[in-house]
Design a protein around this ligand. Structure first.
Ligand SMILES: Cc1ncc(COP(=O)(O)O)c(C=O)c1O
Length: 149
């Protein structure tokens, strides 16, 4: 019989992870940094409407950046033809309700990072860099999932 002390052991579920094929990292911002480093992007386009910590990796790596606006349907107001090979566009799946906008942006934009921090249950599109910050959904101190080639 196990004795019961001042605390119970950590109770972890034994099921499979939802994002079992993703790279596991510690934070969403570091998943973002991982992509920036791996692909050696020199400039990032990111939405004004995002979390300010997204600037941390950009400033750490000393990468150029430019903000873009979105409209009332969360769609980017942006000319995708200006994106060069070493530049990348970040789009947020706002509130987890922008799967259609993600598809539309992916059809127009070759260098793309999808920030699914607010969309834990949206699976990534094939070949599209996509990261998650599960602590926005669950009572955990840290963690991130990343899909990238
Ligand atoms: C939209 C968005 N992207 C990225 C992040 C960064 O995630 P993390 O705190 O796991 O670095 C946050 C919040 O912090 C966020 O709200």
């Amino acid at each position: 019989m196990n004795s019961i002390g001042g605390y119970f052991e950590l109770e972890l579920p034994h099921g499979e992870e939802y994002h079992k094929n993703a790279i596991r990292l510690n934070t969403g911002r570091n998943a973002f940094e991982y992509i920036l480093r791996a692909k050696a992007y020199q400039k990032v386009y990111l939405p004004y409407y995002t979390c300010d910590v997204m600037l941390e990796p950009i400033q750490k790596l000393n990468i150029q950046f430019e903000f873009y606006s979105i409209d009332e349907f969360f769609q980017p107001i942006f000319d995708f033809s200006i994106i060069k090979d070493d530049e990348v566009f970040v789009y947020n799946n706002y509130l987890g309700i922008c799967d259609n906008q993600v598809k539309e942006v992916a059809a127009k934009c070759k260098n793309l990072i999808i920030d699914n921090s607010q969309a834990f249950y949206s699976m990534p599109l094939p070949g599209v860099n996509t990261f998650y910050s599960p602590r926005k959904f669950f009572g955990i101190p840290d963690g991130a999932y990343l899909y990238t080639e």
